[in-house]
Write a protein that binds this ligand. Sequence first.
Ligand SMILES: [Zn+2]
Length: 55
Amino acid sequence: MEDITLTCTDCDEEFIFTGGEREFYEEKGYDEPKRCKSCRAKRKADKGNRGFKQY
Ligand SMILES: [Zn+2]
């Protein structure tokens, strides 16, 4: 698969969703990521700290 560029819904930065990642996501039946890696990591950390669900 080709790499594609997605826009992060949190910081509006573009990020690369690589062909390898796309294959992995498709295999697992996941949707495309909506956030870049740093925002995903940040949210993961936030969630752990605050202890409530954001969505
Ligand atoms: Zn981001």
